[in-house]
Design a binder for this molecule. Structure first.
Ligand code: TMP
Length: 205
């Protein structure tokens, strides 16, 4: 028996983390065993890679950023994601490979084919369900700024985040089965309702 792999995606301040606790409550209700994790930083090497990637003082090129994200992911997949899925435990990850297509592809303008090649070499598992929290970047960035000091990505200009949003929407359009889009500019209750519907339908399938 293998567990299901669910990923949460979206720009900064899109409400993924708040929503995670709602999803956990639903899985608990169905007595499903799961773990929650996140990228970057979910694997054993994660803490160091995450601080390197998010630190505003890190002077790294887009290509190095891409390779570090992929290294972090491979470590995460091999040490946490796959062992859990293989033992029947569901994995709920706050960000995964689609973040790389959106941020390093859309945001940093790295060719999609380059990311495809790396993803193929690393033999990364595909999520069974990806929830995309979508909202306009100006609203999302305001939320992120209220939350804490801005990191290396959050400090980028609005058009960087607009390209990320568009890259996500483009991917969602191409993989309609896997992606479910939540209108994240709605109020908390309305977002919760949308997520509840998506997860319940996924559980019923
Ligand atoms: P977060 O965990 O607070 O969302 O921060 C992670 C940051 O890293 C966020 O700005 C998105 C960025 N990121 C990438 O640029 N590429 C990736 O592949 C991943 C997983 C995250």
């Amino acid at each position: 028996m293998t567990g299901k792999f669910i990923t949460l995606e979206g720009i900064e301040g899109s409400g993924k983390s708040t929503s995670l606790s709602d999803i956990k409550k639903i899985l608990d209700k169905y007595s499903i065993s799961y773990i929650t994790t996140k990228e970057p930083g979910g694997g054993p090497l994660g803490t160091e890679l995450r601080s390197l990637l998010l630190n505003k003082n890190s002077n790294i090129t887009s290509e190095v950023e891409l390779l570090l994200m992929m290294a972090d992911r491979k470590d995460h997949v091999d040490n946490l994601i796959l062992p859990n899925l293989e033992s029947g435990v569901w994995v709920l990850s706050d960000r995964y490979l689609d973040s790389t297509y959106a941020y390093q592809g859309g945001g940093r303008k790295i060719e999609t084919s380059t990311i495809d090649k790396l993803a193929n070499i690393l033999n990364l598992p595909k999520p069974d369900l990806t929830i995309l929290y979508d909202l306009p970047p100006d609203v999302a960035l305001q939320r992120a700024a209220q939350r804490s000091a801005l990191d290396r990505f959050e400090s980028e200009p609005v058009d960087f985040h607009t390209r990320i949003r568009n890259a996500y929407l483009e991917r969602a359009k191409r993989e309609k089965e896997r992606f479910k889009i939540v209108n994240s500019s709605a109020d908390f209750d309305r977002v919760k309702e949308q997520v509840l519907k998506i997860i319940t339908k996924f559980l019923d399938e």
